[in-house]
Write a protein that binds this ligand. Sequence first.
Ligand code: ADP
Length: 447
Amino acid sequence: MFEKVLIANRGEIALRILRACHEMGIQTVAVHSTADAEAKHVRLADEAVCIGPPSAADSYLNIANIIAAAEVSGADAIHPGYGFLSENAKFADIVEAHNIAFIGPSPEHIRVMGDKVQAKKTAGAVGLPLVPGSEGAVSDLEEAETIAFEIGYPVLVKAASGGGGRGMKVVERPEDLSRSLSQAKSEAKAAFGDDTVYIEKYLGNPRHIEFQIFGDGQGGAVHLGERDCSLQRRHQKVLEEAPSPALSADERDRMGEVCRQAIADLKYRGAGTIEFLYEDGNFYFIEMNTRLQVEHPVTEMITGLDLVREQIRVAAGLPMSVTQADVRLSGHAIECRINAEDPRTFAPSPGLVEQYHVPGGLGVRVDSALYDGYRIPPYYDSLISKLIVYGATREECIMRLRRSLREYVIEGPKTTIPLHQALIEEPDIQNGDYSIKWLEAWLAAQD
Ligand code: ADP
């Protein structure tokens, strides 16, 4: 087992990883920007190294400084968390070239899945059902017109290197295709340095359902059921739950097994998520994330597994602690992403946390790096806390979520707690009756 893990991240996920390490008797090295000197993960780590100024490009994305910090501290592994360098194949390559273990999949798997065109080809080859669309990249208008005509409008032009909900253009009518195609290409070039785009059928009213998978890198694999992440704003997840209120046990078992087999065939190592859109009883692969996800705790709550511990185990060459036959899904879990944002306008609201009180009690988990007197820096993602609630049934889970949201006090910055409070009073949410379109329509109706 590793002796010392460097955590190449910040905020709640750095703390989440630190906790798993300390439970396993592994020492931790925190890295941080100058803006994060007072961060909780820095205070709780065994060692801390400053890796640069506030801007993420100069600190949390600064590969040279992170490798130097690992060498100076003598870390034998690096956990990248999510975001930042977690899906950067070059970083994984460099880490391994320094004889440091990368707690994640092989650089090759990161590379393939990071390019959505290649990812779709690979997914198709291992038997995952795809969204109808172009076979690969689309370069000229004529080709785009032919494909769009075949699959039917509306279509979606997507950037091969896109992520975080960016780099997508819906095209409703043939006469708009030309303009959208060139816009998508130039936007993709500017945002991701790659103007490769492809075309997909734009599904009308699907749910976003993703399977958590895990591989040992040798062809052993398990699936840990699904999460429903349909509540989204601007293609970004707001609230997630497991299991999905829309799936039957049969659909779960069938699709879970398809995913498990695909991951076994790929000889994939570590945690991953296979994302699908789900409409009229059909699944359509959209992408695979080769990292731990923000919403992984809901899966932990219904399986009782510690996904970070499993990641560390397989990175150290140990087998996973469970086989598929050991995996039991029980109860229901919901996660609310709490952002330091105005709950109506979503304008960022960083600053001093004047008072902080976390909810507690049976079935309540808070993954957050906040504390009384902490100053939320303006430079990074606005996610400040994840409230995760477990119940034996979905009803119990919602009851508990309602009272936990009432208990949660974050004074100073504006937060999205009031948004979540309003959402769980909605009959559609209570009934689990919502698609990826629901939240934006609801928000528009509030104005
Ligand atoms: P990203 O990597 O930016 O998260 P994804 O491919 O995972 O991009 O898509 C993000 C979200 O965009 C999905 O959850 C869904 O809401 C929407 N989306 C993506 N592809 C389609 C599609 N073909 N039809 C309808 N909505 C889509």
